[in-house]
Ligand binder design. Structure first.
Ligand code: MG
Ligand code: ZN
Length: 361
């Protein structure tokens, strides 16, 4: 009898122990916050170009879980940034040029919409206009990526907590003469026009329109706008402690490759990596933040055909002026990062984020 009691006690202890462990593991692998960072057009050669010129090291290397995303769209072997962004944002492959709509042109909810519905704070940062295809895919629903003014109006249909980028004209110099910035102010946003204002941003929602059209390139004086915006965004979104979803785009890596301009590419790549560094610094301290770094597609068929890591020089060649069909890398850091290893569709990035957040779509 005594032996039986001992065994029962022992068995109960094992049960408790294993249940406790399981609960702990589930909690530990669930991120409270996700920072998704998209280098537009950023394939492995773009990353390595930046790495070599930066004397052989980038922040991206701090991320240990690595996978590959297949980028083709529903309509084309080679995706554009509308279909690519929409696949990552909504988990649905769609036609080239689509913004947050499926192949039937009907709206599809993005991870940002779902985050909002589930009470999280949300944000978008880009070095293009904020209405450009990649950020637009996360917030707007339009049949065409060129409907910039309609995309700007879609921002008002959400309660996004923060957005930072260019594109003031799409909000304030519109063909319908409506000033969307006034409407944003009525909704309680502070509309900010420069990085000085951004640094002083108060606790209310932020709409930072830092340029009439696209942000300038690093070489044209963009300065530290992108890394600074990531810092400000994280501080702002983490403040409420509700958990957050933030998408950050290094928009101009793609444009440099369309231009087959190696210097432009390297400058934009290293700048984007500095922004990645800011996100990783926060994630390391916080412990509840998943950082994902990926691309919507590769651009230019870039090859690194020579170089000197000690001198920080690279010979970079392009096979074309356009996007290519090769898979792009996905780097992950933080709780849930291990689920990003392997080869999967670009829509898998959405699926994994939603699962890790615990949302049902
Ligand atoms: Mg883009
Ligand atoms: Zn492009």
């Amino acid at each position: 009898m005594k032996n039986l009691l001992v065994s029962i006690l022992f068995f109960t202890a094992i049960l408790n122990c294993s249940f406790g462990q399981q609960a702990k593991e589930t909690e530990e692998t669930r991120p409270k916050n996700i920072i998704l960072m998209i280098g537009d057009g950023m394939g492995i050669s773009q990353i390595y170009s930046g790495m070599v010129v930066n004397m052989g090291w980038l922040n991206i290397e701090r991320m240990r879980y690595i996978g590959f995303s297949k980028t083709y769209s529903a309509s084309d072997f080679i995706t554009d940034s509308g279909a690519g962004g929409t696949a990552i944002a909504t988990g649905k492959k769609t036609y080239n040029g689509a913004i947050g709509v499926g192949t039937d042109t009907m709206p599809v909810k993005s991870v940002l919409h779902l985050a909002e519905e589930n009470g999280l704070s949300t944000g978008l940062v880009a070095t293009s206009t904020i209405t450009h295809a990649t950020p637009a895919s996360f917030i707007a629903h339009q049949k065409s990526r060129n409907s910039y003014e309609a995309i700007a109006a879609d921002f008002l249909k959400t309660d996004i907590d923060l957005f930072i980028g260019g594109g003031k004209n799409h909000f304030e110099k519109r063909s319908d003469s409506i000033n969307l910035s006034d409407k944003l102010r009525q909704k309680g946003y502070q509309v900010i026009y420069d990085t000085v204002g951004l640094k002083k941003a108060a606790n209310s929602p932020v709409a930072a329109l830092l340029s009439d059209s696209h942000m300038p390139a690093v070489s044209e004086g963009r300065g530290n706008m992108l890394p600074l915006s990531v810092e400000v965004a994280i501080e702002h979104l983490s403040d409420s402690n509700k958990g957050f979803f933030l998408m950050v785009e290094g928009s101009q890596i793609d444009w440099a490759c369309h231009d087959t301009n190696a210097t432009y590419l390297v400058e934009e790549m290293i700048d984007f990596d500095k922004a990645v560094g800011k996100a990783l610094d926060f994630a390391e301290k916080d412990g509840n933040t998943l950082v994902i770094v990926t691309a919507d597609h590769e651009t230019g068929g870039v090859a690194v055909t020579g170089g000197d890591i000690k001198k920080g020089s690279a010979e970079i060649e392009f096979v074309c002026h356009n996007h290519t069909g090769v898979p792009v890398p996905v780097f992950a850091f933080g709780p849930g990062a291990e689920s990003f290893i392997g080869f999967y569709e670009n829509t898998g990035i959405f699926d994994k984020m939603i699962k890790l957040f615990g949302f049902s779509d």
